[in-house]
Design a protein around this ligand. Structure first.
Ligand SMILES: [Zn+2]
Length: 241
C-alpha cells in the first residue's frame, strides 16, 4: 500500500492515532493523563503574548490498542496555539519530532533481511526530524539490498593492482535477479537527490518509499502489482539527474 500521505503530513490540527510499529494491526492511542505540555519562556515573550500566541513542547505515552501486543511508544514534539482563528475556533498545530519506536510508513514484508530492514526502521525514526537523513537511510537500505542479492561492491582496477568501489548506479546495472527490476532501483537512485523545499522533499520521500515498498514486496512477498507503473511515474516526475 502506498504511504498514507495525510497520516505522515508532519503538521496536524489533532494528533493522529498511528498504526502500531510492533504488530502492524493496532492503533496507538495516548494513555490517559500521559500528555504533558510546557511553555518555554524564551518562546513565549512579550511579542507572542501580545499576539495571543503560545508555543509549547509536549511529551506523551501511546499504547497499542491490541491488548495482545501492548506496545508502548514514547512521543514528543511541539505545538503552537494562535487562539481564535476561524469558524472552527482555536487554531492549534502540532509538529511531532520523535517517536520511539517510530510508526512504520509502510509494512515491511516479514521476510526482508535484518540488514535491509534496520536502516529502513531508522529512516522512519529520522523522518520526523530530518527528511534528508531519512532518505539517505532508505538509500543505504537499498545498497544493502544489493549486497544481499550478491551484487559486488568493488571491482578490480582497470590498470594496476587492487580494487575500487563500484558506484550505486553501476551496481544497479550489475543486478541479476529474476524478480529484481533494475528500473525500480534506478528510480530510487533518482529520487535520492532530494529537493530543497520541505513540501517537495516530503513528496519525493513518499515517492521513494512507495517504490521501495513495491520492490521489497516483489522480492520478498511476490505481490507487487503496480511497481513498474510507479517507477515510470517517478522517473517522469523527477527526471534523470
Ligand atoms: Zn501493536
Amino acid at each position: 500500500m502506498p504511504v498514507e500521505r495525510k497520516m505522515f503530513a508532519q503538521l496536524y490540527r489533532t494528533l493522529p492515532d498511528f498504526i502500531c510499529p510492533q504488530c502492524q494491526r493496532g492503533r496507538l492511542s495516548r494513555m490517559k493523563g500521559s500528555f504533558k505540555e510546557c511553555r518555554p519562556e524564551h518562546l513565549n515573550d512579550y511579542e507572542a503574548q501580545r499576539a495571543g500566541v503560545t508555543y509549547s513542547r509536549y511529551a506523551a505515552i501511546a499504547i497499542c490498542s491490541d491488548r495482545k501486543c501492548g506496545e508502548v511508544v514514547i512521543e514528543s514534539g511541539s505545538f503552537v496555539d494562535i487562539g481564535d482563528f476561524d469558524e472552527d475556533g482555536r487554531f492549534v498545530e502540532f509538529a511531532p519530532n520523535s517517536f520511539f519506536p517510530a510508526p512504520h510508513m509502510f509494512q515491511i514484508p516479514a521476510k526482508v533481511p535484518d540488514k535491509v530492514r534496520g536502516p529502513l526502521s531508522s529512516a522512519f525514526e529520522l523522518y520526523w526530524i530530518d527528511v534528508d537523513a531519512a532518505a539517505s537511510k532508505v538509500r543505504t537500505s537499498a545498497e544493502y539490498l544489493l549486497d544481499v542479492l550478491k551484487v559486488a561492491r568493488k571491482r578490480k582496477k582497470k590498470s594496476g593492482n587492487g580494487k575500487v568501489f563500484i558506484s550505486f548506479a553501476d551496481r544497479i546495472k550489475l543486478l541479476k535477479h529474476p524478480n529484481a527490476r533494475e528500473d525500480w532501483l534506478d528510480a530510487l537512485r533518482l529520487v535520492g537527490n532530494m529537493g530543497t523545499h520541505r513540501e517537495i522533499k516530503q513528496e519525493q520521500f513518499f515517492d521513494m518509499l512507495d517504490i521501495y515498498e513495491a520492490l521489497l514486496r516483489e522480492l520478498y512477498d511476490n505481490s507487487a502489482d503496480n511497481a513498474s507503473k510507479l517507477s515510470a511515474t517517478i522517473k517522469r516526475k523527477h527526471g534523470r539527474r
